[in-house]
Design a binder for this molecule. Structure first.
Ligand code: HEC
Ligand code: HEC
Length: 255
C-alpha cells in the first residue's frame, strides 16, 4: 500500500468515528430533551409523620422533602392545612427537574388533648397529582415531660382544668370522682395511687390519719399534695370531711 492509500483508509475510519459520535450525542441530546420535557412529578420523602407523645401547649415541627421526579419545573402553588393549629413553611415554591425542597410542618398542641390527626394539602402543577396529601399525628399527653418537681402542682395552671375544676362545689362521692378517682381508682381500690379502701375507718386515729393526708398531703410522695385551701389546695374543711365519710362508706360497700 502506498501512502495515499493509507491516508484514504484513515480518513474513512475517522469519518465513521465522527458520524458515530454525532449519532450518539444526538441520541443523548434527544434523551435529555425528552427527560427535561417530561411533566413535573411530585413525590414526598414520606407521606406521614407521627410526633408520638407530646406535651400540651407547645409547637413541634417536622421537615418533609418534596421531590420532583419529572423534568419540567414543579411549581408548588399552596401547602395548607384544614386547621389553624398546623402550618406549612416552604422556602422555595419552584423545584427543578430531579431537585427537591424542604417543607416544614409545624403543629401547635395548644388546647389539644389525646390523639390528633391532621392533613396537609399540597397543590402543584403536577398534571397527574394536582393535589397531594401528607399527614401528621400526635398524642397530646398532659403529663408528657412532667418532672418530679411539677408533680405537686396539679392545682395550678393547665393542670387545674382536669385536677381541680370538675370538683368545684362538689362533696362526697361526686367530689371523689372529680378530684381523686383519676389516681386512686373509681372504686377507690387503687390505680396510679394506693387503694383507699384497705383501712379501718371505724378507728378514730385511722380516720384522722386519712383526713390529715387529704388535707396536708403525703409527707413521702409529691403526687399527693394537700387538698386543703389553707395549704394551696382547692377544698374546704367540710369538703374534706365529706371525702373521709365517703371513703368510710365505700370501704364498707367494697367489703
Ligand atoms: C387532660 C386532663 C389532665 C390534665 C390537663 C392534667 N392531668 Fe394529671 N392526670 C389526669 C388523669 C386522667 C390522671 C390519671 C392517670 C392517667 O391517666 O395518666 C392523671 C394523673 C396524674 C398524676 C399521677 C400519675 C402519674 O403519672 O404520676 C400526676 C402526678 C398528675 N396527673 C399531675 C399532673 C400535672 C402536674 C399536670 C399539669 C402539668 C396535669 N396532671 C395535667 C388528667 C390530667
Ligand atoms: C395526682 C394523683 C393523686 C390524686 C389526684 C390524689 N391522690 Fe391521694 N395519693 C396519691 C399518691 C401517689 C399517694 C401515695 C403517697 C405515698 O405513698 O406517700 C396518695 C396517698 C393518699 C392517701 C394516703 C394513703 C396511704 O396509703 O397512706 C390518702 C388518704 C389519699 N391519697 C386520698 C386522696 C383523696 C381523698 C384524693 C382526692 C381529694 C386524692 N388522694 C387525690 C396520688 C393522688
Amino acid at each position: 500500500m502506498n501512502p495515499s492509500q493509507w491516508k484514504w483508509r484513515y480518513s474513512k475510519l475517522a469519518g465513521i468515528l465522527v458520524a458515530g459520535l454525532v449519532l450518539v450525542s444526538a441520541a443523548i441530546a434527544a434523551w435529555d430533551y425528552q427527560q427535561r420535557a417530561r411533566p413535573p412529578q411530585i413525590d414526598f420523602s414520606e407521606s406521614r409523620h407521627d410526633f408520638g407523645n407530646v406535651a400540651e401547649g407547645i409547637k413541634v415541627s417536622h421537615v418533609f422533602r418534596i421531590l420532583n421526579k419529572g423534568g419540567q419545573a414543579l411549581l408548588i402553588k399552596e401547602a395548607k392545612s384544614t386547621c389553624d393549629c398546623t402550618t406549612a413553611n416552604l422556602k422555595l415554591n419552584s423545584v427543578p427537574g430531579g431537585g427537591s425542597v424542604n417543607l416544614e410542618v409545624i403543629m401547635d398542641t395548644t388546647m389539644k388533648q389525646g390523639r390528633i390527626n391532621k392533613e396537609l394539602l399540597v397543590i402543584s402543577n403536577d398534571p397527574a397529582h394536582p393535589q397531594s396529601k401528607i399527614f401528621v399525628a400526635a398524642n397530646v399527653d398532659p403529663h408528657a415531660g412532667m418532672s418530679s418537681g411539677s408533680r405537686g402542682k396539679i392545682f395550678v395552671g393547665k393542670c387545674a382544668t382536669c385536677h381541680v375544676q370538675q370538683g368545684i362545689g362538689k362533696t362526697g362521692e361526686d367530689l371523689y370522682i372529680a378530684d381523686c378517682a383519676m389516681c386512686h381508682g373509681f372504686r377507690a381500690d387503687g390505680g396510679e395511687a394506693p387503694s383507699l379502701v384497705r383501712f379501718n375507718y371505724d378507728h378514730k386515729l385511722v380516720a384522722a390519719y386519712i383526713r390529715e393526708v387529704i388535707a396536708h398531703g403525703s409527707k413521702s410522695h409529691l403526687s399527693m399534695p394537700g387538698f386543703l385551701k389553707q395549704v394551696g389546695g382547692p377544698l374546704t374543711n367540710d369538703q374534706i370531711d365529706s371525702l373521709v365519710a365517703y371513703l368510710h362508706w365505700r370501704t364498707n360497700m367494697n367489703r
